[in-house]
Design a protein around this ligand. Structure first.
Ligand code: NDP
Length: 326
């Protein structure tokens, strides 16, 4: 029987574990087969306090994990499969084992949001990616696009410029959610071009990505693409005042950077908002007494490693208080 079972091994889960074990609570952490969360997929993290020269994402996660292990957190490197929150103690299962805990912290984070257009799913790993730091290397001297208009899109585009010949940011609006500093960095990079007010509607190619189909106002289609054989026919009948036209851009890869989805679906009985973020009641409690939440699975606003770590700390302190009141 564990005092607390933490589900998830990103900054929220690992910070929670450091706090609960230091409070002498018997702690189990279900880490998942791919432990470490989104920071395992990044390179340099420059905004985590304490690292004036930045730190590699996987190094930061390894340091957090070692710290949690040092205080006695028990790790299970298996995927969470289901939870039974119907009565105490709560039952938390992986494929082959069920564990019992007096309390639970859900810290399952969030996953990549995909466009959901034809040709996307089957080409993941064959020209479709959501992680420039992981895959940019494969696009040396190639032409790629990044979809999205937030900080992630700018960051992906900047990472890609280290390898790709040209990076085109395709965004559905002409305004960005990205911070000014990231926009400025992207705009001042000569390898990055922008195609705005445009949507990717299909990803084309035989085995791998060869082209994307876009819908744009005629005016934003760069001249270099208007005369391509695949576009000539499509654009021939277009009135220049038509609001949206279909056209194709030959590319070697597409990086999808349109946000993330909270990993909350697998918890039945836990209340979420319309977008799937777990609802937080007083002090990191969910709607079920004894089940707490921390990090990107409830935080639709900040989504930073440092805020996730902070939420993990807060949830752990609340668990400690809740257990001592029982
Ligand atoms: P955001 O939610 O900030 O931005 C998502 C972008 O994708 C928006 O521009 C949105 O367009 C677009 N989008 C969403 N859905 C679709 C769709 N179906 N089709 C086309 N476009 C779509 O997510 P991010 O991942 O960029 O950032 C998340 C958080 O992480 C932010 O708080 C950000 O600041 C932070 N972050 C910080 C970094 C840093 O500091 N270096 C790096 C990366 C992220 P629209 O605007 O039209 O809705």
């Amino acid at each position: 029987m564990f005092d607390v079972i933490i589900i998830g091994s990103g900054p929220a889960g690992l910070t929670a574990a450091i706090y609960t074990t230091r409070a002498d609570l018997k702690t189990l952490l279900i880490a998942g087969t791919k432990w470490g969360g989104q920071l395992q997929l990044t390179t340099l993290v420059e905004n985590f306090p304490g690292f004036p020269d930045g730190i590699q994402g996987p190094d930061l996660m390894m340091a957090m994990r070692k710290q949690a292990e040092r205080f006695g957190t028990e790790f299970v490197d298996a995927d969470f499969t289901q939870a039974d929150f119907s009565k105490s103690p709560f039952k938390i299962s992986t494929a082959d084992t069920t564990y019992e805990g007096k309390s639970v912290i859900i810290a399952t984070g969030a996953d990549t949001k995909w466009l959901g257009v034809p040709g996307e799913k089957e080409k993941i790993g064959r020209g479709v990616s959501s992680c420039a730091p992981c895959d940019a290397f494969f696009f040396k001297d190639k032409n790629v696009i990044v979809t999205g208009g937030g900080d992630s899109a700018m960051e992906e585009a900047l990472v890609l410029t280290k390898f790709a010949r040209q990076v085109t940011v395709v965004h559905r609006k002409d305004t960005f959610r990205a911070s000014q500093i990231m926009q400025d960095k992207a705009r001042s990079n000569p390898k990055i071009k922008f195609v705005l007010n445009s949507k990717v509607t299909e990803i084309l190619g035989d085995q791998k990505v060869e082209r994307v189909k876009l819908k744009s106002p005629f005016s934003v289609i760069p001249n270099s693409f208007r005369d391509l054989p695949e576009n000539k026919e499509m654009l021939k009948q277009v009135q220049h005042d038509t609001s949206e036209v279909a056209w194709e851009m030959p590319i070697d890869g597409i990086f999808v950077a349109i946000g993330h989805m909270p990993n909350s679906k697998m918890f039945s009985g836990i209340d979420t908002d319309g977008k799937g973020f777990i609802k937080v009641f007083d002090h990191y409690k969910t709607n079920i007494d004894g089940v707490f939440v921390a990090g990107d699975v409830h935080d639709s606003l900040y989504k930073q490693a440092i805020t996730a770590a902070g939420f993990g700390c807060a949830a752990a302190l609340e668990v400690e208080r809740w257990l001592s009141n029982q």
